[in-house]
Write a protein that binds this ligand. Structure first.
Ligand code: ZN
Length: 279
């Protein structure tokens, strides 16, 4: 299988992977976050993409999400695992726990989150934004590695880059949200439009700011990051040893009946651009 791994800072390849090679792809949406590291692990072809770029230069609002998804798709990747840092909104989701996300709530406001444009209109189903089969396999792998894992959870995608205010954090808790982050829902939307399997391995770094005496700081978050990076690597290694993907999730043919435009009037260049995405 060819699998894309979109990770945060610190996760660029797996220990034990072979033939590591940095690469970049030209995309019609501009430059993707660099580099993509191609490698082999347990017969699988992996493509690691650090969403914030090497050296962490892109804010959540300025990541070129479309170029990232397009680049992976153009390399033949149809399965994407996102590894992401999140804050916890629940007492029983502790720092350094793992949550397999099953739902999102969108609070973004400054980013492009669709491939549909230039006269091409489509409306894809998104009630269940995560690939259930991929999530199930990720949970199975995670559960073999750690007891501190939650089978499902709702991820609030805030805009950032600032962390939440206390009022916001308390509001999300009242709404029964589980964790909060700045990037994954945008990726999930685009991956769904590009007919890819997508799931999130959310690694908890802190309690956001709602918990008294637990004010979130960059220092605090960074100190838990090393632990979470090592843990996510172990879970991925386990995942690539046990993975058995079924193909009954519907992710790969989500556009059947979802595109309203006829394609008439689209120029050749645009058709090429969409052909790779919707392949
Ligand atoms: Zn799927």
């Amino acid at each position: 299988m060819k699998i894309g791994i979109i990770g945060g800072t610190g996760l660029y390849k797996l220990a034990g992977s072979e033939e590591n090679e940095n690469m970049s792809v030209d995309t019609p949406f501009g430059a993707h976050s660099k580099p993509i590291t191609k490698s082999k692990y347990n017969k699988h072809e992996l493509y690691f993409l650090p969403r914030h770029g090497e050296g962490h230069h892109f804010l959540p609002s300025t990541i070129n999400y479309r170029a990232n998804i397009w680049a992976l798709k153009s390399l033949g990747v149809n399965t994407v695992i996102s590894v992401s840092s999140v804050g916890s909104l629940k007492e029983d989701i502790h720092p350094m726990d793992v949550v397999i996300i099953d739902q999102f709530f969108d609070r973004t406001k400054h980013r492009i989150d669709t491939f549909f444009q230039d006269g091409l209109v489509g409306h894809i189903p998104f009630a269940y934004p995560i690939c259930k089969n991929l999530a199930e396999q990720l949970y199975k792998a995670g559960n073999n590695i750690t007891d501190n894992i939650h089978k499902k959870g709702t991820y609030v995608n805030m805009e950032g880059p600032q962390f939440s205010t206390l009022a916001e954090s308390k509001f999300y808790r009242k709404m029964d949200m589980d964790v909060i982050g700045m990037t994954n829902m945008t990726e999930a939307r685009l991956a769904r439009e590009a007919q890819m399997h997508y799931a999130t391995l959310a690694m908890v770094t802190d309690y956001d700011c709602w918990k008294e005496g637990e004010i979130v700081t960059v220092e605090r978050v960074l100190s838990n990051l090393t632990h979470n990076t090592e843990l996510s690597e172990k879970i991925l290694q386990e995942f690539f040893s046990i993975i058995e993907m079924k193909d009954d999730c519907g992710c790969r043919n989500v556009l059947d009946g979802s595109i309203q435009s006829t394609g008439k009037g689209l120029d050749k260049k645009l058709k090429e651009k969409y052909e790779i995405l919707f392949r």
